[in-house]
Ligand binder design. Structure first.
Ligand SMILES: Nc1nc2c(c(=O)[nH]1)N[C@H]1C(S)=C(S)[C@@H](COP(=O)(O)O)O[C@H]1N2
Ligand SMILES: [Mo]
Length: 219
């Protein structure tokens, strides 16, 4: 009797283990893992960023999301997420984000260049400013020349994994050489403008318009 019970337990144990081995790869698809090293450079984790946004993380539904490119363009664009990724080549850059609160994080950013998106929209010659608007109502701007000449990216990935809702999914502007408040997350609209004096959310509240990292962020 005891032997029967033991045999049953062993069968259950090995059966369970074996079943676990065989079925788990199908049941649990591989999770994307962030890279922490890129071409010899140590990267910070995507979890090292502090959540400090004006209305908390935004949940963006890709079924209705469109990236709008408008204003002083010959063709207004309204692009679903997949089209942004399929229509423009993707580039990688290791860049540090510095927040005025005194922390920074260096990660590998990846996504299309704004200049390629602008080329499809056709920028009118009067345009000199790019105004960005996010899903949470946040806004900021940068000179057009800077955005184009520096090959600024609209990142959809950090450390080779898709941005999370906390980090700005679907897109965060990689505003290298600028303070963190220029790195707008959850970007939804990009307006080409001739208003070089435009002031965004933090700029109206006293932060410098240029946002240059090598200068004070106070106006
Ligand atoms: N839409 C949106 N973007 C935003 C903000 C915000 O509140 N809303 N905060 C900015 C500030 S002050 C900083 S420091 C960075 C932080 O970005 P991160 O979470 O990728 O580090 O996001 C910037 N982009
Ligand atoms: Mo910030």
């Amino acid at each position: 009797m005891k032997r029967v019970v033991l045999g049953f337990l062993l069968a259950a144990l090995f059966g369970g283990l074996f079943a676990g081995c065989v079925t788990s790869p199908e049941q649990q698809p591989l999770q994307a893992v962030e890279v922490r090293d890129y071409q010899g450079q140590r990267l910070d984790s995507v979890t090292s960023f502090r959540e400090n946004s004006i209305s908390g993380p935004q949940k963006v539904d890709l079924a209705t999301y469109r990236l709008e490119v408008k204003g002083l363009v010959t063709k207004t664009l309204s692009l679903p997420y997949d089209q942004v990724l399929s229509q423009f080549p993707s580039f990688k850059k290791v860049v540090a984000l510095h927040c005025v609160e005194g922390w920074d994080a260096t990660v590998l950013w990846e996504g299309p260049r704004l200049k390629d998106i602008f080329q499809q929209a056709g920028v009118k010659p009067e345009a000199n400013t790019v105004i960005f608007t996010a899903v949470d109502g946040y806004t900021t701007s940068l000179p057009l020349e800077f955005v184009v000449n520096r090959d600024l990216l609209l990142a959809n990935k950090m450390n080779q994994i898709q941005l999370s809702a906390d980090r700005g999914f679907p897109f965060e502007l990689v505003a290298e050489e600028k303070w963190g408040y220029k790195w707008i997350r959850w970007v939804k609209a990009i307006e080409l403008s001739a208003n070089a004096d435009y002031q965004g959310y933090w700029e109206i509240r006293g932060y410098s318009d240029s946002g240059d990292l090598d200068q004070s962020y106070f106006r």
